[in-house]
Write a protein that binds this ligand. Structure first.
Ligand code: PEP
Ligand code: MG
Length: 326
């Protein structure tokens, strides 16, 4: 199988019926960027900037942040990179920042964009590091755990203000800035019509979205088999996001672990998802699967399965995949 994946590495992920799927990789360390070509990825769809904070004993200074972002952009070359601003706090607490100690439910606590907007000095430094690293090129920046459209607006305004400040000092700035929101809090999905006009792209974080949708801790092994990524609840929610985004002409990526599993990835494509950002090791297998798949009949089948009660979508999709020789 490894040989089969190596063969498709440099080929596009195009299904038998001509649908092109973009496969990006998730990353977080400088070394990951060099793996883009190795994995056959179309770029980095999620760069988790908090990793640098988590492996550091003290707050990484702006120069260090900037150096990391520049290394990643240089390694990616022409391929796009989406930088997610720090998703720290909660279970990814960093001792030198403090703030989350009183959280009884860390996943739902003082984390991610909440923390970053609350400590806006941190966010300003990161914004400057990103803007300077991407001087003269495109910067794609994405905010984690957005729960309300105003949070996105505030974060975007903060980055824009830093850009204007740099420009007024005569410093080089990115040639273009694309702003995106992570869709991982159900409350935001109820307000997509308000959010989407402000965004250039969105990315569904199925790890957190599943945990919040099912009220099931993503890290608790006792709950791992209590919900299924192929259950109607999660698939219907994703369908809503895909449809709303299409209406507003906003590209959608799925960047949670769900997209790295072949059957789950197939389900996402059957819902109209055309961009996945996954663990680098998943790219070969998913690419091989896409190239062998005929997606059109799966769109209709998925609509039927979601419309009827009691359908075992995992079993149905699995047989459909087998019939296609996948
Ligand atoms: C997610 O929540 O699905 C996601 C991609 O982000 P993280 O796993 O870093 O929370
Ligand atoms: Mg998340």
């Amino acid at each position: 199988q490894a040989e089969e994946w190596a063969k498709v590495r440099d080929l596009a992920a195009i299904s038998r019926d001509g649908k092109q799927i973009s496969l990006y990789m998730n990353a977080g360390l400088a070394d990951d960027a060099a793996g883009i070509a190795l994995a056959g990825a179309d770029g980095i769809g999620l760069f988790r900037t908090e990793f640098q904070f988590l492996v550091s004993a003290t707050l990484p200074r702006r120069e260090r942040q900037q150096a990391l972002y520049k290394t990643v952009l240089d390694a990616a070359g022409d391929k796009p990179v989406v930088f997610r601003t720090v998703d720290i706090g909660g279970d990814k607490a960093v001792p030198y920042l403090g703030g989350g100690e009183e959280d009884e439910n860390p996943a739902m606590g003082w984390r991610a964009l909440r923390l970053a907007l609350g400590r806006d000095g941190l966010m300003k430094v990161q914004a400057r590091a990103l803007l300077e690293a991407a001087a003269g090129r495109t910067l794609a920046v994405m905010f984690p755990m957005v729960s309300e459209p105003w949070e996105f607006a505030e974060a975007r305004a903060l980055v824009e203000a830093q850009k204007d400040r740099l420009a007024s000092l005569g410093r080089p700035v990115p040639s273009d800035i694309q702003y995106g929101a992570m869709i991982e809090v159900p409350a935001l999905i109820e307000q997509l019509d308000l959010l989407l006009p402000m965004t250039d792209f969105v990315s569904i974080g199925t790890n957190d979205l599943t945990q919040f949708l099912f009220a099931a801790d993503r890290a608790n092994p006792r709950l791992a088999d209590r919900y299924d990524w192929l259950s109607p609840a999660i698939l219907r929610v994703i369908r809503r996001v895909v449809c709303a985004a299409a209406l507003h002409d906003v590209p959608v990526t799925v960047c949670g672990e769900m997209g790295g599993r072949p059957l789950e990835a197939l389900a996402l494509m059957a819902l109209g998802v055309e961009r996945l950002s996954i663990t680098p090791a998943g790219i070969g297998p998913i690419k091989a699967m896409v190239r062998g798949a005929t997606l059109e009949p799966l769109f209709d089948a998925m609509q039927e399965w979601l419309a009827k009660p009691g359908v075992n979508i995992r079993a149905e999709l699995s047989s459909a995949a087998k019939r296609q020789g996948l």
